[in-house]
Every structure is written in C-alpha cells, then in structure tokens.
Ligand binder design. Sequence first.
Ligand SMILES: [Cu+2]
Length: 267
Amino acid sequence: MKTTTRALLTAPALGLTALLISAGPAAAADGTASASLQPIAGQPVQGASGQGMVEISGTNLSFTLAAQGLLADAPHAAHIHFGADARNECPGASDNNAAALSGETNPHEHFTTTEGAPAYGEIVVSLTKTGDASPQSGLAVDRFAVGSEFEYSRGDAQVTPAVADAIVAGKAVVVVHGVDYDGDGTYSAGERGMSDLDPKLPGEATDPALCGVLNAGQMGSMPNGGVDAGAGSTTGVENAGLMAVGGLAAVGGAALLVHRRRTSTDS
Ligand SMILES: [Cu+2]
C-alpha cells in the first residue's frame, strides 16, 4: 500500500520540476527573439510583410529572415538595427523629414534610412546570406536576398556582446530595405535621388521598406534551439505555466489522499 502511494507522489512531482525549468527565464547572454515585419509608415510597399527570427548563443547569432511583396528581381539589404540612445522601435510618420537630405527632391514622399535612425538606431548586424555579417557589409548587395519573396537562414553570424544583450533584451529592430517609389521596376535615382548611405547607389536601393521590433522570447519556447517558432511560442509557455499549476493541485490532492490512507490504515 505504501509503495503504491509513494509512486503516485513521485511521478507528478518530477513532471512539475521539468515544467518549471522549461518555463523559466532565459540565461543572461542567450535567448531568442522574433519580429513581425510591416511596411514603414508612408512607404509604397503596402501588402508587403515579413518575419524575422533570431537565436543568440553567447555572441553567435542564428537567424531566419522571410519577406514577401517587395520589388522583384532586386536585392534587399536587411539588417538588425540598434542604438543605445534610439527609441528601439519602428519609425512613425512623424520621423519623416526630421533631417533634410541632399538629393531628396520630394522629401515628403520618401522615408530614408537616416530618418529612421532615432527610432531604430544604426546597423549592428548585416543579415547577409554568406560571409561577413558586420555593419561593414550593410550595403553588400551581392550577399542579400533578391526578389519580391524570399526566405533564408544562417547560423554562424557573429555579434558583439553588447548587441547580443540588446537582442535578448528585446531592444533590436529588423529592417528590410529597397523601395521602388516611381514604380519603374528597378532601383533608379528618379525623383528620390541618390542614397544617403552611399552616393553611388540610388536611394530606392537603401531606403527602408519593412520594419519589426525583435521581441524577446524565452529559451524553452523553441524546440531544439531552432528558429522556427511562430506566434504560438508565447502561448506554449503560458500553457506550461497552467499545467504547472494543475500539476501542483494534483500533487496536493495526492498528498491529501496519502495522508487519509495512512491515518486510516496505520493507526
Ligand atoms: Cu537596415
């Protein structure tokens, strides 16, 4: 009799411990974050969208970036932006024209990367498909995705400890660039003029199209350390918490049951 009741107690207690561990907070330098990318206010990319998912392990960054609805047959530079003094968010319409830019002839109709900097900060990671992923590759257009719709991943990007901390803290922002203002099907100087980032590139090639804050996730919400967690990851953690509460109630009930049996059989 006693052996049976002890086993009843032990099994749910172990399950409870496992649940509490899996739902616990992420360790300091490691974590995950995901971003839902939306058109930047006023940019002519309505209907476009994207998704960014990252995992930080020390100073190693794994990521998946996907987008759709962008200019076809054109490279789309993409970065993680962050600034210690930035607002750590996506820019709004009021950020347009905060700074006058030479060569921008119709300034109200264009939102430049520079104009968004007070919101999302500088480039801290270049989300290149291969090679260097530092800010120095910010405009390495031959190593970014090409086309209106794309999805790619890599697991070996290196970031500084400060950037890793910012990402884990949910303060970093993903930005995908490339806007065809005049609708001529290619990046051209047109009325936008040349880029504020590189005078050799049309502004259309470097102006921001999509933006999303990398909201911090929790380790344990991503299976096997993957970067494919979707909108359900938070829900999973909440469910684990609910199950833990349920488990606690079950343990309490079992303990009560044992106590009653013990008092009735042993005494
Ligand atoms: Cu960028």
